[in-house]
Design a protein around this ligand. Structure first.
Ligand code: IPM
Ligand code: MN
Length: 371
């Protein structure tokens, strides 16, 4: 198969983690006889520096002309503490989500056995956790009308949802639940918000078409507590844009590091795949960031292409590195491996350059620190 993949490295650690995924995809391409054609395009703070625009038209064109997009990270500290900045890197990602109508952001949360000890949560709570968050991505408060009065003393962000916007993601979430453990939880704030009441109404209507799926409803404040208290209860979580943003960062605590979680964003045009972490500027260029979120996003991309065997191999390779404690600093602060070394091991596993008998001593020869 020949597939065109747009590479949007973005800011901070984006380039270095995405480079590992490109290595991994290239190895998969060679082994399974696929031709992946990678085209890089600018987005975020780097795009502002070079063109004045966080999402140049050329980037949109390259994305529209691709079969999938692999995205790194976005954001730069020089904008974070400057609320008056006229252009912001994040606008690039938001505009891209809108341009491609990427309305469904899918964020799987799985607790890896080998990382149980790293989670601040007890093993009994996280053992066996396996759920997926369906976050609406192109509506709600993120994209509503934004206003500040002339004196700069009052500001508002409108939260607006249409029935059609809720329906299209709800159907995807229900279909996913049918393929999984057949449970869907809508997270909202229907005791306060009108938009949340619309979400409940629409989801209740749609539920009748998916009789095999058990539906329950949780207020977002309670959901935030339940994700920590009893995350095993969840199968598919469906929620609006901002609640999804918040609870998915919270959910990353379950497997020990924000650097581990992948996501896919599906819309009406080209689909996009990205780790859920941010640009982590403190680590940029140091080769210490966790590439697993990006590599698992690449696995989701392969699934999207229908390359299930290929995707499974990438996931097995990642699990092998975790089992052998070939992990970055966020997971193992002292005895860690560099970003590129972890990527290299994943590639070696895919290329079958690692025999079953490879012992711990050989593996540790490639360790990044001398201790
Ligand atoms: C995410 C990020 C983005 C969001 C930011 C960078 C705009 O936090 O993808 O979760 O809030 O959606
Ligand atoms: Mn976020």
């Amino acid at each position: 198969m020949t597939k065109k993949i747009a590479i949007l490295n973005g800011d901070g650690i984006g380039p270095e983690v995405t480079a590992q995924s490109v290595k991994v995809l290239s190895a998969i391409g060679e082994q399974f006889n696929h031709q992946f054609i990678f085209t890089e395009a600018l987005i975020g703070a780097v795009a502002i520096d070079k063109t004045g625009n966080p999402l140049p038209q050329e980037t949109i064109n390259i994305c529209l002309d691709s079969d999938a997009i692999l995205f790194g990270a976005i954001g730069h500290p020089k904008y974070d503490n400057d609320p008056t900045a006229k252009v912001r890197p994040e606008q690039g990602l938001l505009a891209l989500r809108q341009a491609l109508q990427l309305f469904a952001n899918i964020r799987p949360v799985v607790a890896y056995k080998s990382l149980h000890t790293l989670s601040p949560l007890k093993t009994t709570i996280i053992d066996g956790v396996d759920f997926v968050i369906y976050r609406e991505l192109t509506g709600g408060i993120y994209f509503g009308k934004k206003e500040t009065n002339a004196e700069g003393t009052q500001a508002s962000d409108q939260c607006l949802y249409t029935k059609a916007e809720i329906e299209r993601i709800a159907h995807l979430a229900f279909k996913a639940a049918q393929q999984r453990r057949k449970k869907l939880t809508l997270v909202d704030k229907a005791n306060v918000l009108e938009t949340s009441r619309l979400w409940r109404k629409v989801v209740q209507e749609i539920a009748t078409a998916y009789s095999g799926v058990a539906v329950d409803f949780l207020f977002v404040d309670n959901a935030a507590m339940q994700i920590i208290l009893n995350p095993k209860q969840f199968d598919v979580i469906l929620t609006e844009n901002m609640f999804g943003d918040i609870i998915s960062d919270e959910a990353s605590v379950i497997n020990g590091s924000l650097g581990m979680l992948p996501s896919s964003s599906i819309g009406t045009k080209t689909a996009l795949f990205e780790p859920i972490h941010g640009s982590y500027p403190q680590a940029a260029g140091k080769d210490i960031a966790n590439p697993v979120g990006s590599v698992l996003s690449a696995a989701m991309l392969l699934d999207y292409f229908g390359m299930t065997e290929e995707a499974a191999l990438v996931r097995t390779a990642v699990a092998w590195t975790l089992d052998n404690k070939i992990v970055t600093k966020d997971i193992e602060p002292i005895d860690f491996y560099f970003t590129s070394t972890v990527g290299g091991f994943i590639v070696d596993y895919i290329n079958k350059n690692i025999d079953d008998g490879m012992n711990g001593e050989n593996i540790s020869l490639r360790k990044s620190t001398i201790i």
